[in-house]
Each structure stands twice: as structure tokens, then as C-alpha cells.
Design a protein around this ligand. Sequence first.
Ligand code: HEM
Ligand SMILES: [Cu+2]
Length: 486
Amino acid sequence: MTTTPNSEQLHTGQHLTIVKVWLAIGLLVFALMMIAGVALRAAQGSAFLTLPPDLFYQIMTLHGAGMVGVAGLAGLAVNWYFLSHHVALSPRILLIALLLSLLAVTLIIGSILIGKFAAGWTFLYPLPAKSLGIWSTAAAATFATGLLVLGVAFLLVYLDMAIAISKQYGNLIKGLGLPMLFGRTPLDDSHPTTVVASSMVIIVNVCGIAVGAVVLVMTIANLLAPSIAPDALLMKHLIYFFGHVFINATIYSAVTAVYELLPVYTARPWKISRPFLAAWFAATFMVMAVYPHHLLMDFAIPAWVAIAGQIISYTSGIPVLVVTAFSGLMLVYRSGIRWDASSSLLVLGLFGWAAGVVPAVIDGMIKVNLVMHNTMWVPGHFHFYLLLGLLPMVLGFSTYLAANGQQGKSSRVPVYLYSIGGIALCLSFLVSGAMSVPRRFAVHESAWQWLGNVGAIAGSLVLLSTLMLALPILAKLKNASLQHSV
Ligand code: HEM
Ligand SMILES: [Cu+2]
């Protein structure tokens, strides 16, 4: 195996600047989309705000597409930053991807705010074409084009990453460490965890985005020529394969921050092992195979597909999660770790990811899904692992990068507020779900509205604490030069 190039050599100022710009935009978009989220939850309550239904669905589409997009971009930035310590990545490609993403965001926001597109970020066929006059075909096509452009941006960066990993390690299979897993070559524990995670992310997300591109092109074709009417169930499969893989890949990308930074905090290395490699290998397939849990109520799918979806749902994610959470705790245990905002956020991220999987697996059971399908339980579980898993990882990384090692104890206050607000918001969703409150309803029955009020207050706390974390980051980011020490 070739030696890892020295990180000083790879890390030019240009690398860092683009990552900083990327993160700064990401944090601002997260905050803006949170405002939209609070408005939605408040509208589902009675105390603060009413929104006309058409506006509610526009904001819901904006919040969904915006959050999923920015989660993807932020995860990519974290992953890119750490991968660039191990292989030679091109800052120019990252910059082009950033410009393409901004174009995509403009198209998406324009289609929603000007074109009034409101079919949800999942653009479930044939809804984009059946607006009952609320939005135009052009608005729907613009939205789909925006998502396509975003996909191109991701694919460009993944291509660069794949080439760089292949140059350094031979190919993605070797990046994933399979020859070591299967005993073809001896275990080399200097093989970076980030390279394993990145290889997996590239494989699954290139598949996910490619499928997304196919279904988006079919959607656009149908919008422009309604006589091209693809099979609705096929479209749903493609959309949920794309959506499931894409959103899961955000966490698998951001977890590189945990792998790379917790060892710095605990002064203990995080080395690969056979269980680690086996977990990532298994996750590569399982993340792609479980998407039928989104289709459990589609009676037209063969029973074996639904059953396979259920069984793999129990096990998907669990290998990487167990290996990561377990090794993470082992690393922290009696290490004398210094708890500052960044390390607290990274460990919060591990907790949120682990805990968020529990309601997800519950909903992945066919018997439960009969009752819980399309209830608030669903936003409950995914807000859990995005709001308390993914976002803390991104915030933890950004705080670390911006602080230049200068984080005081008081810096943890916003982390507490964020955790309390985040858990309360997720509970407002999960409790609603347990009461069978439907998801994606603009107006709620009066008996459900108190949960909307609770959620709106909790969401405001999340927004406030995010700003408390993000604003100092934005102020300090420009001068950040730190690389790998606390
Ligand atoms: C202050 C924080 C947040 C609040 C108050 C909030 C609130 C909401 C509300 C009320 C809904 C609609 C629920 C329904 O009736 O179905 C929603 C949907 C959604 N949220 Fe959030 N959210 C927040 C943060 C996030 C974050 C951090 C992410 C992802 C990174 C996210 C991703 C989504 C997605 C993907 C949807 C689904 C939209 C759809 O059903 O089409 N949210 N959110
Ligand atoms: Cu899924």
C-alpha cells in the first residue's frame, strides 16, 4: 500500500477557504430553513400563527428540499475536508460544485416562492403534474431541474473523490478495505477510517443520485409531454430509493468528523479493525436494500419485497452504528476528554444517530407501519437523527474548525439548549405520531394542536441555540487556520 501523503502537502489555503465558504453558507441555510420549520409547526398549533394551506405546502416543500439539500452539502463538505487529508482532492471541482449548488438552490427556491410549487420535496409522481391550477407545469419542471443540477454537483465531487481514492489505494473496493476484510492482504491499521467511509458513501450515493436523475428526467418528460406516462409504482420505487439513500448518505459522510476529531480530543487513535470494515461493507448493501420500508403499504408490491424490506430494516444501519457508537464510547471512556462545545456536539451526534434509529426500526415493521404510516411518527424519527445526529456532527466540526482550539467552558451552554429543544421537538412529533396524528396536514384538529404549540416553542429554542453556535462560528471562520490539534 502506498504511503499517505503528508497532510501539509495536500492542504493548501485554497482547500480550507472553500470548505469555510461552503460551511458558512450551509449554516445560514440551516438557520433559514429552521425558521420555515418553526412556522410549519406553529401553524399546526393554535397559539402563534395560521398559514393558508397553499402557503403551508409551499413552505413544507421549501423546508424539506432545503434541509435535505443543505444536509447533503454540509455532509459532503465535512467528508471532503477530512478526505483531503488523505488523498489529493481538487479544490476547483469543489468550487464548481458550490456554484452549481447555488444555481440549483436558486431554481428550487424560485419554483416554490415564485412558481408556488408545493408537491413536497419527494415530488411524488404524478402529483407535480396535478396541481389543480395552484402551480404551473413550468414551476414543477423548474423544481425538478434544480434537483437535477444539485445531483450533477454531487456527482462531480464524488467523481473527483473516487479518482483520488483510486490513485492512492488502487480502487474503491480497496478503499473500502475489502482485501483486508477477506484476508487477501494483512490488516493495515493505518488505513484511514475516513477513506473507508468515503468509499462507501461514493458507491451508494452515486447509485442513489443516478436513480434520482433517471426519475427526475422521467418526471420532467411527463410534465412537458403528458402522453409520456410512466408507471406510478415504478416512479415511487425510484424516488424512494433515491431519497432514502441520499439522506442516509449525509450521516455516513458527516460521521467522518467523529472518526477524525474524537481521537484528537481523547488522544487515542481510532483505528480500523475487521469488525469496522465488515460493518461498512454490510452497510454498503443494506442502505440500498432497505428502501422498500417506504412502500410497505403498497399492496401492489410483491410480499417478499415488503418482508425483505422489513427484515433488512432491522439490521440496516445497525452494524456501522454499533461499531461507531461502541468504539466512540470506548474512546471517550476514562480518556480525560476535554468537554467543550465541539466534543459535546460530536458525542451528541452519536447519541442522536443511535437513538433516532430506534423509532425508525419500529416503523419499519409491517404490523406497526399499518398504523404509523404517514403519521407524525415519520417526521419524528427522521428529525431525531437529522436534528440530533447529523446537524450536531456538522456543528461540532464547524465549531472545532472556527475555534482554533480556543473553546471555553461557557461555550457548552448552547449545546445544552440545543439538546433540550431538539429532543422536545422530536417528542412533539413522536407523541403526535403515537396518537395517530397524520403527517403533512396543514391544519390540525384542536385536540392535536397543543403538540404543535409545544413543537413551535421547542423549534424556536433549537433555532436560537443554533444561532448561538453558528454566529460565533461565522465570525471566527475567516481567520481559522487550525488543522488537527485541540
Ligand atoms: C427548528 C428545527 C425544525 C423544525 C421546527 C422543523 C419542523 C418541521 C415540520 C413542522 C415539518 C412538517 C411535518 C409534517 O406535518 O409532516 C417538517 C418536515 C420536514 N423536515 Fe423539519 N424541522 C426542523 C429541522 C429540520 C432539519 C434539521 C431537517 C433536516 C436536516 C429537517 C427536515 C425535514 C424534512 C425532510 C421534512 C419533510 C417534508 C415533507 O414531508 O415533504 N427538518 N419539519
Ligand atoms: Cu428509508
